[in-house]
Design a protein around this ligand. Structure first.
Ligand code: GDP
Ligand code: MG
Length: 183
């Protein structure tokens, strides 16, 4: 099939501790909605977002997960063919940043890509609207992200800050990864 006519579906997985705002970020990005309620996500579910990258129609398949569950309970099959992973922490809760590296390495263990060091991750520090309560050490965050070659965005699902910019980067990385896979 020619590249032009192919439907691109790019699979993205969102990970991070319970309550950091994974579901809220996806709902804000895809549906432009925000609610204050926190209904724990059960298992995993996806939302679709269509966008154009390099003149091609791309469907981002964004998988929301339940952070409180043991990671491996989703099973390796869940991660298969992922093209990007979003790691979310909460800027007001440093301990949610401290677990990011565990989420990252467990993701890589499950997906088991040939080139783990080059797999695309994007890190989102959510709830940047809570300005008086930002407790995370940004120097530490930035040092960690650059060491692992991951982009970092300060975002707010509540106030829709930086969401489109961050997901655009995710979409580009996933698209690029998808293209590389086919070579
Ligand atoms: P999840 O468990 O990671 O899916 O987290 P949720 O999306 O369910 O959000 C947990 C709680 O944080 C909810 O009460 C949300 O309303 C709240 N929340 C999510 N994003 C933001 C944000 O950007 N700013 C603020 N102030 N609250 C947020
Ligand atoms: Mg959730």
């Amino acid at each position: 099939m020619s590249n032009n006519r192919k439907r691109h579906i790019n699979k993205v997985i969102v990970l991070g501790d319970s309550g950091v705002g994974k579901t809220s970020l996806l709902k804000q990005y895809v549906n432009k909605q925000f609610t204050h309620s926190h209904k724990p996500t059960i298992g995993a579910d996806f939302l679709l977002k269509e966008l154009i990258i390099e003149s091609q129609v791309v469907q981002l398949q964004l998988w929301d997960t339940a952070g409180q569950e043991k990671f491996h309970s989703l099973g390796a099959a869940f991660y298969r063919n992922s093209e990007c992973c979003i790691l979310v922490y909460e800027m007001t809760e440093p301990k949610t940043f401290d677990t990011i590296d565990t989420w990252r390495s467990e993701f890589l263990t499950q997906l088991n890509p040939k080139d783990p060091d080059n797999f695309p991750f994007v890190v989102l520090g959510n709830k940047c609207d809570k300005e008086s309560d930002l407790k995370v050490d940004l120097q530490k965050v930035k040092a960690y992200c650059s060491q692992k070659n991951m982009q970092h965005f300060e975002v707010s699902a509540k106030d829709n800050i930086n969401i489109d910019t961050a997901f655009e980067e995710v979409a580009k990385l996933a698209f690029k990864r998808d293209q590389e896979d086919e070579v």
